[in-house]
Design a protein around this ligand. Structure first.
Ligand SMILES: NCc1[nH]cc(CCC(=O)O)c1CC(=O)O
Length: 341
């Protein structure tokens, strides 16, 4: 007889988080069959509640810590996260048990739906145009290529940010979002331009883990570890482990300008993982870039690839850039925000 049991799934309460949780439950229940039931436990985290403090000042774990407390005391058994919101070092007793197949990992430009919203690409925006983003990674990389643009914070969930972009009096000429969130919520038609390393006029490397979901579980919970294997996409998981290893090695959190891009490529008849990394100063004036392509067979090799490329970039100037940012964080936390003003 198959054992019947209920799995409690923790998630944030935003529309995107709930949609992502539904995707995971669909995959897990298909594999587990009718004997396993799923129960959603949603909550607003600090990042959801505090809508005014610039993200870089809220610190690590703003989307995850409160859910992790519930995981440890067994109020939930699995947490479904946007992988990019998960710090690279997890609390004692918590592990990243599964990484799902990736939605489009790129960042995109959304233009306003109103008079003045007729642009198709960042390079067409007139000098002085205002681009909304609360991510120092996005702003720093774009400042590198688009000297005439002005960057300004924009907070809130995806619907809020789209509304601010469309608002006549909002002051934004474009905003930057992750493709994944827009696609998962069905806002495909809001995507005005895809940004990637090869974008004409100036591209952007995405956040570590962007577009993938991370399933966090209790360390040693073998039953749940086995169950969630059904949600794993091996290629995404190895790529994500390489990306997270870059971030961990450079000791960056979500508020540092580190961009990555990973792609599985065919190289000399073999399947290899190509990892690109960019570390950029807040003003976009200094940057260190690197790329490495290697055959990767497991998570340990993926982490080693990320670590070795990150260590090389640290020696080539990335450490200096990050040290300056960390110093600023200590002396003037408020300075770590996007707005040029
Ligand atoms: N920090 C907010 C957040 N966390 C995950 C996503 C989008 C989905 C993803 O990247 O997986 C977003 C919104 C955005 O950056 O546009």
């Amino acid at each position: 007889m198959t054992e019947e049991y209920t799995v409690k799934i923790g998630t944030r309460r935003s529309a995107l988080a709930l949609a992502q949780t539904d995707l995971v439950i669909a995959a897990l229940s298909k594999a587990a069959g009718p004997s396993v039931k799923f129960e959603v436990h949603s909550m607003a985290t600090m990042g959801d509640r505090d809508k005014t403090t610039p993200l870089p000042s809220l610190g690590k774990g703003l989307w995850t810590s409160e859910l992790e407390a519930k995981l440890v005391n067994k109020e939930v058994d699995v947490i479904v996260h946007s992988l990019k919101d998960m710090p690279t070092s997890l609390p004692e007793g918590c592990v990243l048990g599964a990484v799902t197949q990736r939605e489009d990992a790129r960042d995109v430009v959304v233009f306003p739906r109103r008079q003045g919203g007729e642009y198709k690409a960042l390079k067409d925006l007139p000098e002085g145009s205002v681009v909304g983003t609360s991510s120092v990674r996005r702003a720093a990389q774009l400042k590198r290529s688009y000297k005439g643009l002005v960057f300004r914070d924009v907070r809130g969930n995806i619907d809020t940010r789209l509304a601010k972009c469309d608002d006549e009096n909002g002051g934004y000429d474009a905003i930057i979002l992750a493709a994944a969130g827009l696609l998962r919520l069905g806002y495909d038609e809001r995507i005005g331009q895809y940004l990637e390393s090869s974008t004409e006029g100036g591209g952007l490397l995405h956040a570590v883990g962007q577009g993938a979901l991370g399933l966090e579980i209790r360390e040693g919970d073998e039953k749940i570890a086995e169950l969630i294997k059904a949600a794993v996409d091996e290629d995404t998981m190895m790529a994500a482990f390489a990306e997270r290893s870059v971030m961990r090695t450079l000791e960056g959190g979500c508020s540092v300008p580190i961009g990555v891009e990973t792609k599985w490529v065919e190289d000399e008849g073999e399947k290899k993982l190509r990892l690109k990394v960019a570390v950029v100063s807040l003003d976009g004036k200094k940057a260190v870039d690197g790329e490495r392509t290697e055959k990767i067979a497991n998570l340990e090799e993926a982490e080693a690839l990320g670590k070795s490329l990150a260590e090389k970039l640290a020696r080539e100037g990335a450490q200096e850039i990050l040290d300056a940012i960390n110093k600023l964080r200590e002396s003037a936390p408020g300075a770590l925000k996007v707005s040029d003003a």
